[in-house]
Design a binder for this molecule. Sequence first.
Ligand code: ITT
Length: 198
Amino acid sequence: MKKKIIFATDNKNKMVEIRQILDNPEWEILSMREAGIELDIEEDGATFEENALIKAKAVSACCDEIVLADDSGLEIDYLNREPGVHSARYGGRDTSYEIKNQMLLDRLRGVPRDMRTARFVCAIAAVVPGREPMVVRGTIEGYIGEKPAGENGFGYDPIFYVEDRNCSTAELTPEEKNARSHRGNALRLIRERLENIS
Ligand code: ITT
């Protein structure tokens, strides 16, 4: 029988990437909704790791399965690493990413290329019943471009550019993004940890 793993997220775009990356025939990955869990979790931690643990522990308290949670965001060095842990709330939770991305581009207007460095960060927490919680971090370095580009990905992908390709992560194919992304790197680390204990 497949082992059930519940991913504590309501973000459909994250779930698509998570399913592509955590591709293990012995695991059945369920979103919170698919597992019938509805929770409004306050993400009030100061770091990505704290927030990932808050989400994973809150869902773990409602079920007996292994629970994973992702907390992620964009750090722009010129803006003192904003929006950081506030990435989802930046400019308002219900504001479109077209507008949020434009707000960030406006704040960086006239800033030269070498001062536009940025990274995506992803912390993944895992709560396995009967064990100490685990948390890992993945990152991808890049810079904020001059204008949005690309239709793939989600969120801040159209303005986040990778150095070696000089294109945004929204211009990469899903496979290319997953192979190098913050989420891909963090998920591969946690997959290894989970495979070692199962
Ligand atoms: P859950 O808490 O339900 O998982 P969320 O969207 O609120 O969903 P976060 O609190 O982790 O997730 O916020 C992360 C935000 O950072 C997310 O909404 C995106 O705006 C941005 N982000 C994270 N990963 C990204 C990626 O791979 N590409 C583009 N933007 C990303």
